[in-house]
Ligand binder design. Structure first.
Ligand SMILES: [Zn+2]
Length: 78
C-alpha cells in the first residue's frame, strides 16, 4: 500500500504530502516550503485513528453485502 497523508506545516501552512510508512518511521518532517521541522507525534496518533476507521468502514461494507445477500428470501415460491 502507498497511502499518503497531507501534513500541514504549523509555520507556513504548506501541506506536505508524505507516505504513511515514512511518517511512521520518522519523528520529524522538514517542510518543503520553509524548511522548519514538523513534529510527527500528533500525526501518528491521527494515522492510527484513520486506519481504525478504515477498517470499520470495510467491516460495515461487508456486513451490508451480507445483509443484501440472504439466500431464500429472494427466491420466488410457487
Ligand atoms: Zn513550512
Amino acid at each position: 500500500m502507498s497511502n499518503e497523508v497531507d501534513i500541514p506545516c504549523p509555520e507556513c501552512g504548506h501541506e506536505n504530502s508524505q507516505r504513511v510508512a515514512w511518517v511512521k518511521a520518522n519523528d520529524e518532517l522538514p517542510c518543503e516550503q520553509c524548511g522548519s521541522a514538523i513534529a510527527l507525534e500528533d500525526e501518528k496518533h491521527l494515522l492510527v485513528i484513520e486506519q481504525a476507521t478504515h477498517n470499520i468502514t470495510k467491516l460495515r461494507r461487508s456486513l451490508a453485502r451480507f445483509r443484501n445477500y440472504t439466500p431464500g428470501t429472494t427466491r420466488k415460491r410457487r
